[in-house]
Design a protein around this ligand. Structure first.
Ligand code: ZN
Ligand code: ZN
Length: 500
């Protein structure tokens, strides 16, 4: 069976989560077997429109503009409109979203009543309906089971999903906990009364009683304020999944951006929010704009809110570091690196001597380098390189004659053409301590913190030097690695694991 089984309601007082018996393959099965409604076209448009939300979303801006054309805006009403925008906005962000959808803090009854009332004034459905959709959005982000799936495009995520009937039923999401909240039940029962009262009558009455501007209150603090609150919330589903950075994770579309935060009463740090949805904050830095967080925090000072949930900063930092490493890895892959020692031929001393007669080969830290293209460039002069052709210049390079810079060491490594068999340090020694001088000589500075993928950390792919036999290899050909006869290591693989 694909979908959830009907919960056992033997005990009527107990609220059973709807997804208690959800099948293991729920998502894949539902996606495979769902029968989406046909795409919306001109011919079926009238039949597919969701007339209630379509009317609310399209008529309010038209009525607002018409009203503004006829009713003069007074400064008191303008100020009241902005205040009421924040009140109803917070009803959604601090109430519907962070309290009821995510349970990111506990709120006292008075605060819950205030948030439920202001939330009703934002005309976005009841708490129960809104939270059910939002929990599905988090649970099935970027899939067809997400009611405002960002992959369907910016405008679909912004308003499209409300203008027409859902093309596919949103994925199951449990809101049984909300049924235990009497404020939620009360708001759901009385929603049709609360909606016009809080959206239009209250803003009108305040302006009327306060400064005698009933019509202005209705037009500006009622209708136009509602249009702004609507699109402010809609931006959390569209703009916040489209604009900005992914500092915490890039698996899905949510993004962080200051502009989104400004237009959504602080919900713009959406990349953080999708990673840590139970955190009462969206912005974690003090200078980031998150008035919803400030509101909840101030409410907690007055005892109206408690148990403000904060995700462990250690885990947050882990996400940040992962993303930083990912970007650094991309930079790293755009840089040319020296040949890996396992890709270099192992050359005996006699071969080294022989080949050094025909081109300038210098031995440093067990690696043989071809410095032909550097003879004229060497800052210390050509004569010092000539002096070490066919010789071991390790001591001279690392301070004996001149303590070369890190950049010089990095450049030197690019000139590797081989490894001296039995040279210094012995190439088969896999137990070189990471802090030892040998490592400093072996590994150029630019590579000591090189980022390795997990798969690259396996012993067989590590930067180790398996036992090799003396080859017969001409380094100048740079080609036939097969003839280097890098043979199987003598080590037992199990043993290597233990050592590493
Ligand atoms: Zn989202
Ligand atoms: Zn959320």
């Amino acid at each position: 069976m694909p979908a959830t089984k009907k919960p056992d309601s033997s005990s009527s007082s107990e609220v059973v989560p709807i997804d208690l018996n959800i099948p293991d393959n729920y998502v894949s099965y539902t996606l495979k077997n769902a029968k989406p409604l046909p795409p919306v076209t001109l011919s079926n448009l009238l039949h597919e429109i969701n007339w209630i939300s379509f009317s609310v979303i399209t008529l309010t801006p038209l009525l607002g503009i018409l009203g503004a054309y006829h009713v003069k805006l007074r400064w008191e009403t303008a100020l009241w409109s902005v205040i009421y925008y924040f009140c109803t906005g917070l009803g959604i962000t601090a109430g519907y979203h962070r309290l009821w959808s995510h349970r990111s803090y506990n709120a006292s009854v008075p605060l819950r009543v205030i948030l439920a009332l202001f939330g009703a004034g934002a005309v976005q459905g009841s708490i129960k309906w809104w939270s059910r959709g939002h929990r599905a959005h988090h649970r099935y982000t970027d899939t067809p089971l997400d009611p405002y799936n960002a992959h369907e495009g910016f405008w679909w995520a912004h308003v499209g999903w409300m203008l027409v009937k859902p093309r596919i039923r949103p994925g199951v999401a449990d809101v049984s906990d909300l049924r235990k909240d009497k404020v939620v039940r009360w708001q759901h029962r009385n929603y049709l009364v609360l909606l016009p009262s809080m959206a239009f009558i209250v803003p009108m009455v305040v302006a009327w009683v306060g400064w005698g501007d009933a019509l202005g209150g209705l037009v500006y603090a009622g209708v136009l304020r509602l249009v702004f609150v609507h699109h402010s919330t809609f931006c959390v589903n569209s703009l916040a999944h489209w604009l900005g950075e992914t500092p915490f994770d890039d698996k899905h579309t949510p993004r962080d951006h200051m502009i989104t935060a400004f237009v959504t009463v602080g919900e713009g740090y959406h990349n953080f929010h999708h990673q840590f949805p139970m955190d009462y904050r969206n912005a974690i830095k003090w200078y980031q704009y998150d008035p919803t967080k400030w509101f909840i925090w101030v409410a907690s000072l007055f005892g109206l809110a408690s148990h403000l949930k904060v995700f462990p900063s250690n885990e947050i930092n882990k996400g940040v570091l992962t993303m930083q490493l990912k970007r650094l890895r991309e930079t790293q892959e755009g840089i040319e690196w020296p040949s890996e020692s396992r890709d270099l031929p192992v050359v005996g001393w006699d071969d080294f001597q022989e080949q050094a007669k025909s081109r300038p080969l210098v031995l440093i830290s067990g690696f043989i380098h071809d410095v032909s293209d550097f003879m004229e460039e060497h800052p210390g002069g050509k004569h010092l390189l000539v002096k070490f052709i066919g010789k071991d210049a390790t001591t001279a390079f690392f301070g004996g004659v001149y303590d070369h810079s890190n950049a010089a060491h990095n450049l030197l490594a690019m000139k590797r053409v081989g490894i001296l068999h039995g040279g210094h340090p012995h190439a088969s020694d896999i137990k070189i301590p990471s802090t030892s001088l040998d490592e400093k000589k072996l590994v150029p500075p630019s590579q000591r913190l090189k980022i390795a993928k997990y798969s690259e950390l396996r012993p067989e792919t590590r930067e180790i030097y398996p036992n090799r036999v003396k080859p017969t290899y001409d380094m100048s050909t740079g080609g036939d690695y097969g003839s280097t006869t890098a043979v199987e290591s003598d080590h037992d693989e199990e043993e290597d694991y233990k050592k590493l």
